[in-house]
Design a protein around this ligand. Structure first.
Ligand SMILES: Nc1nc2c(c(=O)[nH]1)N[C@H]1C(S)=C(S)[C@@H](COP(=O)(O)O)O[C@H]1N2
Ligand SMILES: [Mo]
Length: 203
């Protein structure tokens, strides 16, 4: 494995193979889903920015973000189209690390994540902190492919996978919730698979 740093991220354990309600196990298959055409983003051009209600807006280059302390997620992902996939291993940086550097503003309660392609998705800030969210660039020890959001994507595995923005370019911290692409098109603002929060109006 190419990564030699110590990893501090909390692991949920690859042995956790519980299925949320209404989901099936996709097995070895990893479906590819996105609305835009697949971009090819050179790491020389890639940046990631945290702005909005922060003490200091921060923008990282590819080299800068890769130099931060690493963090790993091992476990499942759950797509609202009903497939789940177990035993995934993602490496990247914890969103906690990024937010600690920028400094979370007192009024910040929500975030809007955005992609280099223009895709957006909204999340409560609480779902991005406390070891629950990452910006990831490796999966199972290999660089994330373009089709899965490479060079880097957001990973928020405890929520439906549309919250895990591919080709992620930044997070804006907000006082009020502001809907993203799928949420404006009927998907739930929170998207907890254990509560089956698939569509607007679902509890
Ligand atoms: N930029 C971007 N990110 C996105 C999407 C998208 O359309 N565009 N779709 C979301 C949805 S609905 C899912 S299920 C996952 C799919 O990720 P995968 O193709 O790696 O399985 O990406 C999420 N992130
Ligand atoms: Mo999805």
């Amino acid at each position: 494995m190419a990564l030699t740093r110590g990893f501090s991220g909390r692991s949920r354990g690859p042995q956790d193979t519980r299925l949320p309600p209404g989901q099936y196990d996709a097995g070895a298959a990893w479906p590819v889903l996105h609305v835009e055409s697949t971009p090819s983003i050179d790491t020389a051009r890639w940046t990631f920015e945290v702005d909005g209600l922060v003490d200091t807006p921060v923008r990282w280059s590819w080299e800068e973000i890769r130099a931060l302390p690493g963090s790993r997620y091992e476990g499942a992902i759950h797509c609202v189209t009903t497939w789940s996939k177990f035993g995934m291993r993602f490496d990247g940086v914890s969103v906690d690390t990024l937010l600690d550097i920028a400094g979370v503003g007192a009024d910040a309660a929500f975030a809007l994540a955005r992609s280099h392609t223009g895709y957006t998705t909204n999340l409560p800030l609480d779902d991005l902190t406390g070891g629950k969210a990452w910006v990831v660039w490796d999966v199972d020890g290999e660089p994330l492919q373009d089709i899965h959001g490479g060079p880097a994507r957001l990973l928020v595995p405890h929520l439906y996978f549309w919250k895990s923005a591919k080709w992620v370019s930044g997070l804006t911290l907000l006082a009020e919730d502001q809907q993203g692409f799928w949420e404006r098109n009927g998907y739930h603002d929170h998207g907890d698979p254990w509560r089956e929060q698939r569509y607007q109006g679902d509890r």
